[in-house]
Design a protein. Structure first.
Length: 458
């Protein structure tokens, strides 16, 4: 009936923002070697670097924290956490970790060997790094529709089914220890996968007798998109759709810093008791005892409550619609974005935003610097800096598959006026896009180079 979508919560506590000048921000980004990861967060006005662990917790989550029991082994906090995961996802073996990448490291260390191949709709940065650290190869199989960044295809997070079958034929089942789907597809623009596509991937994996895993970081957001866009599922609850997705899989990894609505934590879950035993052995080595996994009891309780709240449809409606509001207004202002708007973020199309810059000019880095200097926004490049690579023999740089800049929206943190300000800043940078300069790496690490890399404008 009404057009205005209000936040389904009231603000109970506030945190002041540090207002900086353009001159101060220009100095700060130079001191940070033009890498927004190296900025102090106090010097950022609107922080859209990530939605991971940056959300605001609810009153019920803070109350749950007070119930946290810090026993080393057998804490009731663990059993409340375990029950919440099983109730939502149905996997019987639940292993807590301090965050999602720890779950990835343990999973791939157990499942992968040198020369293996792991298939995904699109690996995110830490997922790819943890696969490749084992000596395996990470291969992306995004659906063909995802190549057209401007199209409104509703499920660009789908996996390429023909590509999946071809990969099994090319590499052989014995070299593919598992297939994974990232929901929603973060590197692919926060785009959802359809339940039909997930079911087809699961069926192919069953035919090949290959485990099928879900990267479940944003599974509730993906389920909400399924409810909205897949006609046969409109009458189902989001919680039911999440359970249906998980029923198709052999296990999952999850960063609870996303759809767990917590500031820290993650978990591994599986149906295979022998795999779980091996994972727990590794967990003890580096994370901690299996009933705390590197987390405080209070964190386990916060996650348990968050997993209940994240499937509430009033919250998800606000979450998806408010992200869409940002995308729709940027599009109306002529700013090129990956369409349609994703669940947790808007992805600026840096290649179209700055067509005078080629991939090796790092247009996404130029754009993140400009957003910060112009208005104090911190975004993240998802392009050649993140997913390109330098040939170790020749030193030649190779571009990434896309040139994107992600504006990730923390959960329950920013209000309508904050988002309107973001629209103004991005629009102003777009108006002055001809001023964007090329950048080059000055220093880079062999893995995940975008976190600590240093750049220089040309």
């Amino acid at each position: 009936m009404f057009k205005t979508i209000i936040e389904p919560f009231r603000i109970k506590s506030v945190e002041p923002l540090h207002m900086t000048t353009t001159a101060e921000r220009r100095q700060k980004i130079e001191e940070a070697h033009h890498n927004v990861f190296l900025l102090r967060s106090d010097d950022v006005l609107i922080d859209l670097l990530t939605d991971s662990g940056t959300g605001a917790m609810s009153t019920e989550q803070w109350a749950a924290i007070m119930r946290g029991d810090e026993s080393y082994a057998g804490s009731p906090s663990f059993y409340r956490f375990e029950k919440a995961v099983i109730d939502l996802m149905g996997f019987p073996c639940v292993i807590p970790t301090h965050q999602g990448r720890a779950a990835e490291r343990i999973l791939f260390a157990v499942m992968c060997r040198q020369g293996d191949v792991v298939l995904n709709n699109t690996h995110f940065d830490t997922t790819r790094a943890n696969v490749e650290f084992t000596g395996a190869t990470a291969i992306d199989l995004p659906c063909p529709e995802s190549r057209d960044l401007a199209s409104m295809y509703p499920f660009k997070g789908n996996m390429d089914l023909a590509g999946l079958r071809q990969a099994f034929a090319t590499y052989g089942r014995e070299r593919i220890p598992l297939v994974m789907m990232t929901l929603t597809n973060n590197s692919g623009g926060g785009q959802p996968a359809s339940l039909h596509n997930i079911r087809e991937v699961a069926q192919i994996c069953r035919e090949q007798r290959t485990p099928f895993y879900i990267d479940a970081c944003r599974i509730a957001e993906n389920a909400y998109f399924i409810k909205q866009r897949e006609a046969e599922h409109k009458s189902k609850s989001v919680k039911t759709i999440v359970a249906e997705i998980c029923s198709l899989a052999d296990g999952c990894t999850m960063s609870a810093k996303k759809d767990g609505l917590a500031n820290i934590g993650g978990f591994l879950a599986t149906r295979d008791k022998e795999v779980a035993r091996q994972e727990k052995d590794l967990l003890i080595l580096t994370e901690g005892f299996p009933t705390y996994g590197g987390l405080a009891g209070r964190d386990l309780d916060a996650i348990a409550q968050g997993l209940k709240e994240v499937v509430e449809e009033d919250y998800l409606h606000y979450r998806i619609v408010s992200t869409g509001y940002l995308g729709e207004h940027l599009t109306a202002n002529g700013v090129p974005i990956l369409q349609p708007p994703g669940g947790h973020a808007i992805y600026l199309d840096a290649a179209r935003f700055a067509p005078h810059l080629g991939p090796l000019d790092l247009p996404g880095i130029a754009l993140t610097v400009a957003l910060y200097v112009t208005g104090g926004l911190r975004a993240v490049e998802i392009g050649t800096a993140m997913f390109g690579h330098r040939d170790p023999k020749t030193g030649d740089e190779h571009p990434g598959p896309k040139e994107l800049v992600r504006l990730a929206i923390p959960r329950r943190v920013y209000t309508q006026s904050h988002i309107d300000y973001v629209i103004e800043v991005v629009t102003e940078v777009h108006r002055r896009r001809a001023e964007l300069r090329p950048y080059r790496f000055v220093e880079q690490a062999p893995f995940l180079r975008h976190f600590t890399g240093r750049y220089r404008p040309q």
